[in-house]
Design a protein around this ligand. Structure first.
Ligand code: NAD
Ligand code: ZN
Length: 355
């Protein structure tokens, strides 16, 4: 698998990762190296990463607690203080080894510390490999509002070593897979067709599928880095999906849905809405629903849940001027952005999902 250039970063895969990082360290005369992990990536990923790192430069490990709840400015302050206490300077290198929480937060910390130090991202979840690692978005949450504080910046390198996935829990694998399915639906029918039987998906095929997914995301974000047009297509399934995710998170009576699990529901609903408002074929819509439900199961969304979910839509940061904007499909691989959808159609979509 060749390396991929994305904005100012180079993304390397598997064996190439370690040649790239070792060469990068040799060529850049870094003063110190700081590796950011959470307790899980400390346990499961750090040793194998360090084994392949060839350097005599002083190396410090900084650990933060895992989980979205810790993707906050307070955690950043802790990491900034640690960097400062450990004499990090402008020639220091930060290496973020973890899922999207670590790469989003670590990227933000690095590009703000002393007005920006060099950093490398090593995504260790499927979601962070195919989604968070590409596109330059860094940042943290503000209270309950996700990703409110941040900057667009690029790590020097992104190292995608799919061996890290061996220890990733299966629900986290399924969550990441949802973004790959989305990439197929919004941009490439041939790629989408490779997922036509999810039950037969083999880990042997995964490396190639991850590689293709990264290329799809790279192509979208390179064309539209600031989300003026094409990049909005990446929000397919996310308008309702994100509202459902937030609603389930804040409701003690519900089991929490991982991001990708909620996005899968959002994609089924958006496919239904597409058939109502574009020429998207009903056969494709039904195929998507059956495929996703057979693999992810069906989540019970009661009638009483729908109103509060719709309320949450109004806070979606992607909405503008009070309108709820959807990404729909005209065909597989052919998305349509900025679609305004009446509430009655959304209600019908929930009926379609439930029945
Ligand atoms: P995460 O970082 O919370 O990781 C999920 C869990 O897996 C954590 O408990 C983590 O400790 C554990 N883990 C990580 N790697 C592991 C491994 N190899 N083995 C065992 N356990 C491991 O979550 P995520 O799903 O990777 O990322 C979600 C975050 O990414 C969100 O904050 C989201 O906003 C962000 N994100 C950012 C972008 C972007 O463009 N910057 C895009 C998508 C998502
Ligand atoms: Zn997503």
């Amino acid at each position: 698998m060749d390396s991929i250039i994305a904005n100012n970063s180079t993304i390397h895969f598997n064996a190439n990762c370690y040649n790239a990082i070792n060469k990068h360290i040799k060529e850049n005369n870094f003063s110190k190296i700081f590796i950011l992990v959470d307790e899980n990536t400390h346990q499961f990923c750090l040793a194998s990463f360090l084994e392949k790192l060839e350097t005599t430069i002083s190396l410090e490990i900084i650990e933060i607690e895992s989980g979205e709840i810790n993707k906050t400015i307070d955690t950043c302050v802790g990491v900034w203080n640690t960097l400062s206490d450990l004499d990090a300077d402008r020639k220091s290198l930060m290496i973020n080894v973890g899922g999207g929480v670590i790469t989003d937060l670590g990227g933000f910390v690095a590009c703000t510390f002393k007005r920006g130090i060099a950093y490398v991202n090593v995504p260790t979840t499927l979601l962070s490999m195919v989604d968070a690692s590409v596109g330059g978005k860094t940042g943290v949450d503000l209270g309950h509002l996700k990703n409110q504080i941040g900057v667009i910046d690029s790590p020097d390198l992104v190292l995608i070593d799919t061996n890290f996935l061996d220890t990733l829990p299966s629900n986290q694998m399924r969550s990441g897979l949802a973004e790959m399915l989305k990439h197929g639906l919004i941009s490439d029918v041939n790629y989408w067709n490779k997922f036509s039987d999810l039950s037969k998906l083999s880990l042997d095929d995964l490396d190639e599928l991850i590689y293709e997914s990264v290329i799809i995301k790279r192509n979208v974000v390179t064309e539209d880095p600031r989300e003026d047009g094409l990049r909005k297509t990446l929000n397919f399934g996310h308008t309702l999906g994100h509202a459902i995710e937030t609603y389930f998170l804040g409701n003690k009576a519900k089991t929490t849905l991982l991001h990708g699990e909620a996005i899968v529901i959002g994609m089924i609903l958006a496919s239904y809405i597409s058939t109502e408002l574009t020429n998207f074929p009903k056969t494709d819509r039904d195929f998507i629903k059956d495929l996703f439900i057979s693999y992810y199961g069906k989540t019970t969304i009661e009638k009483a849940d729908i109103k509060p979910i719709l309320e949450l839509l109004k806070y979606d940061k992607k909405n503008s001027h009070g309108n709820i904007n959807f990404v729909l499909l005209e065909a597989i691989g052919k998305p349509k952005i900025d679609c305004i959808v009446d509430e009655s159609i959304i209600l019908n979509a929930f009926d379609y999902y439930a029945n």
